[in-house]
Write a protein that binds this ligand. Structure first.
Ligand SMILES: O=C(CO)[C@H](O)[C@H](O)COP(=O)(O)O
Length: 518
């Protein structure tokens, strides 16, 4: 008799996705090419969510509805997958050898021990490490998400992806010097890039081939819609934030010579899209600075506007830059905008990444992964000296999950999904985790990395401490990455209904930027 979990794959009780997942397929303003332009190799893989409606938390798990007999019930499935059984009868020696921490998660009765996560909970918070130039020329300290010091790129350094790790380290030291206001980008040395003349999972890499290479990860072609077009100029909405006198983030600077192009409206653009576009433009104007050489490009419906604004900065500055995508969508955007494509294994130190989000709480923790890209997104976020989120007002919430009901996206290898799902269910406050199913595909969503996604909702009291939840989930073997981005964003730009943009920063400061007509 086939496994209940497997038989249920073909009859999912819950369709995938929900609120605000990247919906560029329905977005006439996306600059992505149509589905037909997507790599055929990926057609059979990634199927992301495009639906704008929210899904109820009452959705059923794939393990539900297995029949009433003990062997077919959800409870039976849990029991057959129980940690105790596996550990006691089959896997204990192997697990002791390979995963010494795991048995400690449970007491002798199989109940999860909560206290062991307390110490780990703080470990994922950022600790001050990396200096970021400020407008005053002082360095504010910006860490990586897990307290790992990014090597950092010297802002004045010309990037050539060919130097060694050794030069990367020395460059990182130089990077600690604060930027002097008005300091100009100088074409100097190779820096911060590990040696590339070696075989990689993507082939033999060397400078010059990079922009033609396929990026391993790829976002679903369902993001594709219309190609980028230059917006027709009609009226000025806003000038540079510097000229407008808008307060700057404490951790950011606008170069004196950095005068962003005037923003021109797109006639007929729906209000929500106009708000997202304005938010994306403000984020680019403030965070993607002329001296930045490696830029991370995130995923979602706001990101086409990020690219549009970066293109506005002109070919002179952009031809000196490399752009690192978080998935298929952003790779397409980068290529279609004729920007230079890199990958994070060439550029483990990124100046700034701008990304979308599914939900953001008052402390700027975020849920990401509605577009199934959060593994790459988190790697880039962590590699970035500055991680910035752009979203619309629907994502601006007090507690994660207030608006985003489908749960925390968790990427897991296909073979492990059922076990991971049953382990997630044992976390106190877990509701009903489900395997995310494709829409235009029979079967589960497959990520750019060939994995599955489990959407795991939790009770409100759990979501109030997302750092603690993140640590619990991280402890589960088979959780490849969790779509909780805790303490990672320096700044979030929310496009509002009235056309204004709310800026929230990790230092607790907030601003509102008004367009001329709001
Ligand atoms: O995390 C993401 C993809 O994994 C996206 O950034 C997130 O889903 C936001 O997308 P959208 O702007 O389309 O709502």
């Amino acid at each position: 008799m086939p496994s209940p979990a497997l038989t249920n794959l073909s009859t999912p009780s819950r369709p995938s996705s929900g609120a605000s997942s990247p919906a560029a397929a329905n977005n006439p303003h996306s600059i992505l090419s149509p589905l037909s332009q997507a790599s055929s190799a990926l057609d059979s893989l990634a199927v992301s969510d495009t639906e704008e409606t929210e899904h109820s938390m009452t959705s059923k798990s794939p393990l539900d509805g297995q029949g009433s007999g003990p062997a077919g019930t959800r409870e039976a499935a849990k029991q057959s997958n129980s940690i105790d059984e596996h550990e006691d009868k089959h896997l204990l020696p192997l697990q002791q050898m390979q995963q010494p921490a795991k048995p400690a998660e449970y007491d002798e009765k199989g109940a999860r021990r909560r206290d062991i996560y307390a110490a780990a909970a703080s470990a994922n918070k950022r600790t001050p490490t990396t200096p970021i130039p400020t407008s005053s020329g002082e360095s504010s300290r910006r860490p990586s998400a897990n307290g790992v010091r990014p090597t950092g790129l010297t802002p004045s350094t010309e990037i050539t992806p060919s130097s060694s790790k050794k030069s990367s380290d020395s460059s990182a030291k130089k990077n600690e010097q604060p930027l002097k206001e008005g300091r100009q980008p100088v074409a100097t040395k190779e820096a911060s890039i590990p040696t590339l003349n070696h075989a990689t999972p993507y082939g033999f890499m060397r400078p010059g081939l990079v922009s033609h290479m396929s990026v391993a990860g790829s976002m679903s072609p369902t993001y594709a819609s219309t190609p980028m077009t230059s917006p027709q100029s009609t009226r000025v909405l806003s000038e540079s934030p510097k000229l407008a006198g808008t307060p700057l983030s404490t951790s950011q600077t606008i170069e004196p010579d950095h005068k962003p192009k005037k923003i021109v409206a797109i006639p007929g653009l729906p209000a929500i899209e106009a708000a997202k576009r304005f938010a994306a433009f403000q984020a680019v104007d403030r965070h993607v600075l002329p001296h930045h050489r490696v830029i991370g490009i995130g995923s979602g419906s706001t990101v086409p506007y990020v690219i549009e604004r970066i293109v506005d900065q002109g070919p002179e500055v952009n031809e000196k830059r490399w752009f690192v995508p978080t998935g298929f969508q952003s790779k397409q955007l980068i290529c279609q905008a004729k920007l230079k494509l890199g990958d994070v294994d060439q550029f483990p130190s990124i100046s700034v990444t701008i990304d979308g989000a599914d939900d953001v709480d008052e402390r700027l923790n975020a849920i990401k992964g509605g577009g199934a890209c959060h593994l790459r997104e988190k790697v880039l976020a962590e590699a970035s000296d500055d991680f910035v989120i752009v979203a619309d007002y629907r994502k601006n919430n007090k507690v994660l999950g207030d608006a985003w009901k489908q749960g925390v996206p968790i990427e897991t290898p296909p073979f492990a999904w059922s076990k991971v799902l049953s382990n997630i269910e044992r976390i106190p406050g877990a509701l009903e985790p489900v395997l995310r199913m494709g829409k235009a595909k029979a079967g589960p969503v497959v990520t750019d990395n060939g994995n599955f996604i489990i959407d795991a909702p939790f009770e409100n009291w759990v979501m109030r401490e997302p750092e603690v939840l993140l640590q619990k989930l991280k402890m589960l073997t088979g959780c490849t990455e969790i779509g909780l981005f805790c303490g990672m964003a320096s700044t979030v730009y929310f496009g509002n209904e009235d056309g204004s943009v709310t800026v929230k920063r990790s230092d607790g400061t907030t601003d509102t930027i008004h367009s001329e007509d709001s």
